[in-house]
Ligand binder design. Sequence first.
Ligand SMILES: [Zn+2]
Length: 153
Amino acid sequence: MITQQQLDGLLGKPIAQICPNGFISSTENHCAHFVAHVLDYRFGVTCQIMSHGRLPGVNIRVQEIFPRCPSVGVWSLRPASHSTCLVFITRASNVNLATKVMANVPRKHIGIFFGGFVWHYSNRQQKVVRQSPGEFAQHYPSPDNAMFYGSMP
Ligand SMILES: [Zn+2]
């Protein structure tokens, strides 16, 4: 289970200090990669596959994590019980909630909602950052900033 101490320890770190497989190119998007290392999501396309690494890898694709969430929905309708969950941001039309599918488009991003904040990997700043949900909502300009929750796989 995820803890405040764990997240605090990751704040400000570049992916090079998080991924033991050396899948750290700054031309890659590491948002799902970061989330998957924190939560140990060892399915689908992993950093081990991509880097031919020697250590067990974790998932690196937002659109592969989304369908694994037991429940998903529009962020503003998030149940009160989901005080810890995953948060996604993309254009609303990229998401089909009924079939739990997120299209593979460039503008999609994922973070961890914990303790009232969103913890995510900023590819622009190349480090783990912590933002309020309101700040995270500005990660992309409209209309690519629809937010969704997903309970943790
Ligand atoms: Zn990795």
